[in-house]
Ligand binder design. Structure first.
Ligand code: GDP
Ligand code: MG
Length: 594
């Protein structure tokens, strides 16, 4: 295709502002999907995406329109996947900035807008859902115009639901989004903006060709790893994969298949070139996705450990950001320490493991990465509280911090500030987006955000606040490890690294929870919370004489046998901590956040 006829654009928005629905209408209007095969959120292909109504993987679709080729890239909107969003943006020249006309600008509207501006994209401001009775297009057009510095009348208005204004929007894209420019005769360079594992086809790699041409049966080179592969198939998605006999030229967006079985061999952000005639320089900044949040994952049934390993291996084929290593816990047995991009990523991985692989899992409370410097100058990276040094002398502990942006109606400023101060936040600034909506910026420790911050924020603002955060380096903090001991034996799964001022609260809460969850034993069981050797909280489980047979003394034998079997059944699900028998459920319940 002549690059002059190509328009590459993406749709960016806060979650639920209607990206996928708008994409649906575009698929229909351009005739790529006929009315009969249409279903809502057509491009969200994974079950979990469809059920949760969120987009996790980017999708690219080629839409023929009015003599032009439009390549639309639907992006995941969530902070955890910012890296993928920014790669998708790099594959475009334009971005539709979509805002719900009944909600106005939210935290991810801003975050995505800044990403798009950084990628130098032409931005088209659009209000969506104008069919809603609660829509306030005048008010929010002004807000949006104020944000990007245009006239309110330049803000387009559409309804992804009814299709109103969508044709005009496509015309606008054709007119306003710049055509791609590249050197057709140069060595091929294509940006990988997504990479997906498919059981039948192996890894499918989505690329945007910047320079040159990629063809079928060509030897290609992945520039960050220097690995070479052969393109077995190359094509476009419209809306299903369709091989392109002529390959892909300048400005084109499509996919290629090389037969590799692992997305780590075809990483998002990498540059593909020809192995025979290689480009000299990679395309802009390739980064490894870095895990930010860690948690222990254990099978509830210890026998499922091999299955868990196999499931993680399989998921990793499709998720280059997922990292894990074996770990053993005295309380929970054999499991893995798993690293995630963020909380949503963690939830998704866990849900997929349970659903797609039929596993039942316990996960320990999530934690971030700490950097510990000892007095002798040695340094430690701690991703698991049980590795936090207790013996030696700690000189300094560093924790990751974020720059967090919260958007909310101004009536909630007080509540938001209270939550943030309570979590060691540092106010950076505050701006009014309109009379009654504010943007509040804080530096917040990541470790405080991953601990039900978002839930609290939502409940204290009746769901009206939205949050976005980005990594902003690290800071020194007075952090300690709190251990929970049963009869003097530490239960490793409950150890946590917390700020010194919160150690007592964490310790008493865990001790209380466990007292309620652990059944009485034949002997008294003290529960203690301790920092090193210093006990900071204590509870007691009183002793009981438990004899199931006493109840049916003299009763008939089959009933006795049944009771014994039932008790044996129960024992299987018990874990021993020292001499204390703890039912598995107690761990599960104590570890679940409520
Ligand atoms: P995404 O998270 O940005 O991809 O948003 P979705 O496309 O999944 O839409 C979120 C919700 O808003 C869904 O329940 C849609 O049915 C609804 N929605 C999307 N566009 C419109 C619209 O134009 N009008 C109305 N009334 N609802 C819409
Ligand atoms: Mg979506």
């Amino acid at each position: 295709t002549d690059p002059a006829l190509i328009r590459n654009f993406c749709i960016i928005a806060h979650i639920d502002h209607g990206k996928s629905t708008l994409a649906d209408r575009m698929l229909q209007i351009t005739g790529v999907v006929d009315d009969r095969s249409m279903r809502a959120q057509y491009l969200d292909r994974m079950d979990i995406e469809r059920e949760r109504g969120i987009t996790i993987k980017s999708q690219a679709v080629r839409l023929p329109y009015d003599g032009h080729v439009l390549n639309m890239i639907d992006t995941p909107g969530h902070v955890d996947f910012t890296y993928e969003v920014s790669r998708s943006l790099q594959a475009c020249e334009g971005a539709i900035l979509l805002v719900d006309a009944a909600q106005g600008i939210e935290a991810q509207t801003l975050a995505n807008l800044y990403l798009a501006m950084n990628a130098d994209l032409h931005i088209i401001p659009v209000l969506n859902k104008i069919d809603l009775p609660a829509a306030q297009p005048e008010k929010f057009a002004e807000e949006l115009a104020g944000l990007i510095g245009c006239d309110p009348s330049d803000v387009l208005r559409v309804s992804g639901k009814t299709g109103e204004g969508v044709r005009e929007l496509l015309d606008h894209v054709v007119r306003e989004v710049p055509a791609p420019v590249g050197r057709a005769d140069a060595a091929a360079r294509a940006l990988i903006f997504d990479s997906v594992y498919d059981t039948y086809r192996g890894v499918v790699t989505y690329v945007r060709v910047v320079d040159g041409h990629l063809g079928k049966r060509e030897r290609i080179l992945m520039m960050s790893t220097a690995a070479t592969h052969e393109t077995l198939e190359i094509g476009v998605i419209s809306p299903e994969p369709r091989p392109a006999e002529l390959g892909l030229g300048v400005g084109e967006v499509g996919y290629l298949i090389t037969g590799v079985k692992d997305v780590r061999q075809s990483r998002v952000g990498d540059t593909v070139t020809s192995a025979v005639k290689s480009a000299g320089e990679m395309l802009a900044g390739y980064e490894h996705p870095k895990p930010m949040v860690f948690s222990g994952l254990y099978p509830i049934d210890g026998d499922e450990y091999p299955e868990l390993r196999e499931a993680l291996d399989k998921l990793q084929l499709n998720d280059a950001a997922l990292v894990y290593e074996p770990e053993t816990s005295a309380a929970l047995g054999f499991g893995f320490r798993v690293g995630f991009l963020g909380l949503l990523h963690m939830e998704i991985v866990r849900e997929r493991l349970e659903r797609e692989f039929g596993l039942s899992l316990i996960s320990t409370a999530p934690n971030v990465i700490y950097r510990v410097i000892m007095e002798d100058g040695s340094e430690l990276t701690v991703t698991n509280p049980s590795e936090f040094p207790t013996g030696g002398k700690i000189a300094q502990v560093f924790e990751p911090v974020t720059k967090s942006t919260i958007l909310a109606p101004s009536e909630f400023i007080g509540a938001i500030m209270e939550i943030c101060q309570g979590r060691r936040g540092n106010l950076l600034g505050m701006d009014y987006l309109s009379e009654d909506r504010v943007e509040i910026r804080y530096t917040l420790p990541l470790g405080e955000i991953i601990f039900d911050f978002f839930d609290q924020l939502k409940s204290r603002t009746r769901g009206y606040a939205s949050l976005d955060y980005e990594p902003a380096g690290e800071q020194e903090a007075d952090l300690v490890k709190v251990d929970i001991l049963l009869q003097g034996e530490p239960v490793d799964a409950f150890s946590a690294i917390v700020h010194r001022e919160k150690a007592y609260a964490y310790g008493t809460e865990m001790a209380k929870k466990l007292r309620e969850l652990i059944p009485r034993q034949q002997f008294e069981v003290p529960i203690q919370a301790a920092i090193g050797a210093r006990v900071i909280a204590r509870e007691n489980i009183r002793a009981i004489r438990k004899d199931v047979l006493a109840k049916c003394y003299g009763g008939d034998i089959s009933r006795k046998r049944k009771l014994l079997e039932k008790q044996k059944e129960g024992k299987k699900r018990m874990k021993m901590v020292g001499r204390v028998e703890v039912p598995q459920e107690a761990f599960v319940a104590a570890l679940s956040t409520d």
